[in-house]
Design a protein around this ligand. Structure first.
Ligand code: MN
Length: 439
């Protein structure tokens, strides 16, 4: 059962009016962390919290004595230019800071609300800031935890044997590239690469022709473990700071030619986009639910991977496409797929525990991603490869053009949110990227 406290109280309202709109991603019950810079201001990046359509300058609030119960060490890590040190502090600190922010932003707390000058300084409209990466991401790993995605993709390449033998025994993953992770809004250059047509004798080098997105969620490691010591399942929850939306851009033609025997390489390393606001596990607590049970005939999960807690999260994820022509004519982006995170075969706790089971050290700010989130229905398939079934069933956009894969100028927009009776809806914001022509 979820453990709720007063920060989740659905009756709470903020004096930041925009936070109380029913469709708002960032009500007072959410308070996701990010790193921002005021546009046109020469300042170091700062840690902020999203509230309504604004960003609250967290370090500024601490300097002004507005947050209660924050010790000197926590104040110090929150004045940094990335969230790594705060992530390293652990759950008690995260929770203390969340409570202090929740108190400051509540209706009835006048300390910042009634101080017009300070409010102007510390509460910045979202459109006046640039959001940066929330952490310095030392390592990035991508999993493959949706059995529906694995089965769909597997069946295209191996119709008789879609799931490889290990799939139901361990969360499959690959080590991704941390250096090319970019925040929402960064332009995405269509990669060049080596591909080979089935009937060709030799490969060629040129622009990727089958460019795709993958709709995923990522999660950030909290305190982490030292090399040689694994993270046991009963510590997994305390080791995860929060989650973001992640687009694992994928060059399918490059992938097809290169992926055997060692897995994805250049097909994935040119860019990964993440949403800038990290929704904490505390904020997600009302939406923690039991995972979808494994099939009756599925093999037993080995003891080190056995869940001891409900560790699925009821998060709805969506992918939209907006072509250049649609943007010019003011046409709304088209919803391509909508899935749910409860459809995954493996939980984020199992991914983390398996990753560290060798003694591999997970560091604060490391990013782990779920893999493409696909469900059983066609409109819940989280990438174009599946959605158009390798291009066999193209999608017609509102501008009457067709898509098998992404075209130059296309913008992919991903959203995620949590809704349930008795809780206030929270959202993740957006994860956007526009495809630029190859160079
Ligand atoms: Mn992926």
């Amino acid at each position: 059962m979820p453990t709720l406290d007063q920060t989740h109280d659905p009756s709470l309202r903020s004096w930041v009016e925009s936070a109380n709109e029913p469709s708002c991603d960032f009500p007072i019950q959410n308070l996701p962390f990010g790193v921002f810079q005021r546009k046109d201001a020469k300042e170091q990046p700062r840690i902020g919290v999203a509230i309504g359509d604004c960003v609250l300058d967290v370090a500024g609030c601490i300097e002004a004595g507005l947050l209660d119960g924050i010790d000197a060490e926590s104040a110090c890590v929150l004045s940094a230019s990335s969230l790594n040190q705060f992530m390293a502090k652990g759950r008690r600190t995260w929770s203390t800071v969340r409570h202090a922010l929740n108190a400051l932003l509540q209706v009835g707390n006048t300390r910042l609300c009634d101080d017009a000058q300070r409010r102007k300084q510390l509460l910045v409209p979202m459109h006046d800031v640039e959001c940066l990466l929330p952490a310095q991401i030392g390592d990035y790993t991508d999993f493959y935890a949706s059995i529906h995605h694995a089965r769909n993709v597997g069946s295209m390449f191996r119709p008789d044997n879609p799931l490889l033998p290990n799939y139901k025994n361990l969360p499959v993953g690959y080590h991704g590239r941390a250096s090319s992770i970019v925040p929402s809004g960064a332009l995405i250059r269509r990669p060049m690469g080596q591909t080979k047509a089935d009937d060709a004798d030799l490969p060629t080098f040129g622009p990727c022709r089958l460019l795709d997105y993958e709709l995923e969620l990522g999660f950030f490691v909290g305190p982490g473990n030292v090399l040689g010591q694994r993270i046991p399942m009963n510590e997994a929850r305390d080791q995860i700071f929060g989650m973001c939306i992640l687009n694992d851009w994928s060059a399918r033609d490059i992938q097809k030619w290169e992926y055997q025997p060692l897995g994805p390489f250049n097909a994935k390393n040119f860019a990964t986009t993440i949403s800038p606001w990290v929704v904490t596990m505390d904020a997600l607590e009302p939406f923690r639910v039991p995972s979808t049970p494994h099939g009756q005939d599925d093999p037993p999960v080995l003891e080190y991977l056995q869940p001891i807690d409900e560790m699925a999260y009821d998060i709805t994820v969506e992918a939209y496409i907006c072509s250049a022509q649609m943007r010019e004519s003011g046409t709304a982006p088209m919803l391509i797929s909508r899935g749910t995170f409860t459809d995954m075969y493996w939980t984020i706790a199992q991914m983390l525990v398996h990753h560290s089971s060798t003694g591999c050290n997970m560091n604060s700010g490391d990013l782990l991603a779920s893999g493409t989130i696909s469900g059983t229905s066609e409109d819940s398939r989280g990438c174009l490869l599946e959605r158009t079934w390798r291009g066999q069933n193209p999608i017609t956009l509102p501008d009457s053009t067709q898509r098998k894969f992404l075209a130059d100028g296309d913008e992919v927009i991903m959203k995620a949110f949590c809704e349930r009776d008795g809780a206030v809806r929270i959202g993740f914001g957006e994860c956007r990227g526009i495809i630029q022509p190859a160079q």
